[in-house]
Design a protein around this ligand. Structure first.
Ligand code: NAD
Length: 530
């Protein structure tokens, strides 16, 4: 029995084997709960002998464990997807749409519960976790417009009596590999768009944060998704290799680091699969001296340190142009005022990093920045959070006088660290951004439309914010990170997402006019033999 709720099993543990409901997020029912696999419509315990611990990043307590699925379990998951494909792809598009309409409502109804689970496993603040679920929910809502999105094209009379038309058809079994930083949003970028188009789907969440996806899978089942249409396996490299190599998997959606993404892109493509890979970033905020100072500084601080900098669209690099360089002390003051705490604590602005290793890496990059000549204007390395002394906390940190050859500029830090560079002119700033290999996002802060227009036009980055620090498009558009931040040629969600998960079949038909059945009312008495 759980010491906190006195129940033999909390509500969620029926399928998640995680127990947190009604508790402090840092306490769970003993013994360590295990995350299930989701195979052929059932939440099943893995028979593996290899398990990975899940930690609460605010305390570093082990709060659960996740299996490395065995080869036969992974095979069973793909076989289930394959078996379900025919019926699912033949299910009318209106019926599939109905399931997703029910699903979006269930996600809304459970948004707060899913968010608690995210904070518990990932560490981000509850408000930010709600944003994580909400941005994923928007993709599910977008998937509900499949009836317009999946239309083919027609050209009548391409030549005499000949018409050409296309169908947009599903591919078959598709797979998704997700990172730790958005446990709900990123899986929701993947399987809803794929499945509403008629594909079946195999998900592998990040081994560090599997709970939100398990919850989402249960809700999907409750919405009416047939058994086998969505399967979930867990694991690390072996699961990834399995997905890259399995001949029945037609397409892979990946989001995560460059190291993993480039590997998966190559291995999956070599095996003839479609692969889309969203990867790392170094996003620059260019601050012009004519910008609205108050808004700009607030936006910079929020976008650099929110989610402890663990967002692929975090604005981790500021370029202060000309007179804007004088704003640096105020920027530091605002960053100092952010409250660092466990994500479930009221008033927390940022929570811990995902793991002690992540903290060590971030601290090392800060130290290296200082050794290479940067000025450490704000140092969050030694922060102590009362009651959470074992958490992976790093406070807001600002490195100024950074130069493009420094390691802290070249590497994605993925922590609450803002590196600040200086430029004399807008042209210098553009050159700097374009020389950086990443192309995920950037923002310009200015009150001059012409400056904004010039920047948006000349900067070689896939997503540009004008006075918008984190320009992540809503799902009627697509997520269009570019250059080293992306491999593949068709992006996530929006029209591009539908293209990625469908193939065209083109039909060219000829029906000769003279062959048309000629019917006239038979007014004459039929005579045999004529
Ligand atoms: P990660 O690459 O470590 O893990 C992502 C997935 O790949 C996980 O499921 C993991 O099990 C697997 N994996 C990890 N290492 C692997 C390897 N060597 N070979 C095969 N598979 C491997 O990424 P993460 O740390 O979970 O996430 C953070 C990274 O994701 C950051 O670089 C961030 O910028 C990026 N990200 C990008 C976007 C985007 O849209 N561009 C969005 C979110 C996160």
């Amino acid at each position: 029995f759980c010491a906190a709720c006195q129940a033999s099993q909390c509500e969620l543990s029926r399928f998640l084997a995680l127990s947190y409901k009604g508790h402090s997020l840092s306490s769970v029912c003993p013994p360590q709960p295990t995350t299930k696999l989701f195979i052929d419509g059932k939440f099943v315990e893995s028979k593996t002998t290899e398990w990975i611990d899940i930690h609460n990043p605010a305390t570093n307590e082990v709060v659960g464990r996740v299996p490395k699925a065995t080869a036969s379990e992974m095979e069973a998951a793909v076989a289930s997807c394959k078996k379900a494909f025919w019926n699912w792809s033949e299910t009318s598009v209106l019926s599939r749409q109905q399931i997703f309409l029910r699903y979006q409502q269930l996600i809304k109804d459970n948004l707060k519960e899913i968010s608690k689970l995210i904070t518990f496993e990932q560490g981000k603040t509850l408000a930010d976790a709600e944003g994580d679920v909400f941005r994923g929910l928007q993709v599910v809502e977008h998937a509900c417009s499949v009836t317009s999105l999946i239309l083919g094209e027609t050209m009548p009379s391409i030549t005499k009596d000949m018409d050409t038309y296309t169908y947009r058809l599903p591919l078959g079994v598709c797979a998704g590999i997700a990172p730790f930083n958005f446990p709900a949003m990123i899986p929701l970028w993947m399987f809803p768009m794929a499945m509403v188009c008629g594909n079946t789907f195999l998900m592998k969440p990040s081994e560090r944060v599997p709970g939100a996806l398990m919850f989402l899978a249960k809700l999907f089942q409750d919405a009416g998704a047939p058994d086998g249409t969505l399967n979930i396996i867990h694991g690390q490299h072996e699961a990834v290799n399995f997905i890259c190599d399995h001949p029945d998997i037609r397409a892979i959606s990946f989001v995560g680091s460059n190291q993993a993404g480039e590997y998966i892109y190559e291995r999956g493509s070599r095996n003839g699969k479609r692969v889309q890979a969203n990867m790392g970033a170094k996003n620059h905020g260019v601050v012009m001296p004519d910008a609205n100072k108050e808004n700009t500084l607030n936006q910079l601080v929020g976008a650099a340190f929110g989610a402890a900098g663990q967002r692929c669209m975090a604005l981790s690099t500021a370029i202060l142009v000309g007179e804007a360089q004088k704003w640096l002390p105020e920027l530091v003051d605002r960053a100092k005022n952010l409250r660092v705490n466990a994500g479930d604590q009221p008033g927390a602005d940022l929570g811990p990093l995902i793991s002690p290793q992540a903290k060590e890496r971030v601290c090392h990059l800060i130290e290296k920045g200082v050794k290479e000549g940067a000025s450490l204007l704000l140092d969050g390395r030694n922060i102590k959070v009362k009651g959470y002394e074992n958490g992976n906390f790093v406070g807001p940190t600002i490195l100024a006088n950074v130069k493009p050859n420094m390691t802290c500029y070249k590497e994605e830090i993925f922590g609450p660290v803002l590196v600040v560079l200086e430029a004399d002119t807008l042209d210098d700033a553009i050159e700097m951004v374009n020389n950086n290999p990443y192309g995920n996002g950037t923002a310009i802060f200015t009150t001059n439309g012409a400056t904004a227009r010039k920047y948006s036009h000349l900067v070689d980055v896939g997503q540009v914010g004008v006075n918008v620090p984190i320009p992540v498009p809503l799902p009627m558009f697509s997520f269009t990170g570019s250059r080293a931040s992306f491999r593949g040629d068709t992006n996530f969600y929006g029209k591009q997402g539908v293209q990625f998960y469908t193939q065209l079949k083109t039909i060219i038909s000829q029906w000769k006019e003279e062959d048309a059945t000629v019917t006239k009312p038979a007014v004459v008495m039929p005579t045999m033999g004529n």
